[in-house]
Unconditional design. Structure first.
Ligand code: NI
Length: 262
């Protein structure tokens, strides 16, 4: 069954699942079977960036996509697979097997009551492989449990920071200073969403160049301040507003296409 997005709403509060009553959700399901599930991570983002960067950004983009399309947005899953970040205080990680079990259970909870299109908006590269594995597991489990929605259940993960217009904007604003972790693009978005973070920004020395990492000790040894090749001091809240707009446009289009697929 394919369907369309319900259409834009006036206020973000109108598409937050957490603010709905169950009869309101049941009514929504009679018109639309799609839901947006934001997932992030809780991990170091350099010496000046917020630990919650990946969760804040995923949720911020998800709510804006929800506002533009009218599709419900679940609370953010703020803990992700961040095992390689555990060398830095404040990081809270789920092992891949735990994250897989969490996402599997969340998807099945939604599918149990009729949601058929789960659009995962992700803020953390380390979640991608595990999220895709959880989809494969959830399809099998939904079928095994005989859930009515199992035949039509579809899950898709999209990464706001990898959307083409976001990528090109970051390249044009920051060039090679975008780096790979604690990037000025993601920090800009946090400054836009949470202006209290602006005061934490300060100039930083040249970062260690980005390269492969294996475990948490390796990460801390190679990147002692928690950045990878980035200059977060280039981040600005007004850039963040542009990234939000570009990410929400690209992902709203992805969502519409996803809902039209049979
Ligand atoms: Ni990040």
């Amino acid at each position: 069954m394919s369907s369309q997005v319900p259409g834009p709403v006036d206020k973000i509060s109108m598409i937050r699942l957490a603010l709905k009553s169950w009869p309101e959700v049941e009514d929504y399901l009679s018109k639309c079977k799609a839901v947006i599930l934001p997932i992030g991570s809780t991990e170091q983002h350099g010496p000046t960036g917020a630990i919650g960067t990946d969760a804040l950004t995923a949720e911020g983009v998800a709510l804006e996509v929800g506002r533009r399309t009218g599709v419900l947005v679940t609370p953010v899953q703020a803990f992700g697979m961040a095992e390689h970040h555990l060398g830095f205080p404040g990081t809270m990680s789920l092992q891949p097997s735990t994250l897989m079990a969490v996402l599997n259970d969340l998807i099945l909870s939604l599918a149990r009551n009729g949601f058929e299109r789960i659009f995962v908006i992700n803020g953390h590269g380390g979640n991608i492989a595990t999220a895709k594995a959880s989809f494969a597991q959830a399809y099998g489990t939904a079928l095994g449990r005989g859930l009515p929605s199992s035949k039509n259940l579809r899950c898709k993960i999209v990464n706001w920071f990898m959307a083409a217009p976001v990528f090109y904007e970051a390249k044009s604003l920051y060039g090679s200073k975008e780096g790979q972790h604690a990037t000025p693009s993601e920090i800009s978005l946090t400054l836009h969403l949470e202006p209290s973070l602006i005061g934490k920004m300060r100039p930083l020395p040249e970062p260690a160049p980005a390269g492969p990492i294996h475990g948490p000790e390796d990460f801390r040894r190679l990147y002692p301040d928690g950045r990878m090749g980035s200059d977060p001091y280039l981040a600005k809240p007004e850039h963040g507003a542009r990234f939000l707009d570009k990410a929400a446009s690209a992902l709203s289009e992805d969502l519409e296409t996803f809902l039209k697929q049979v």
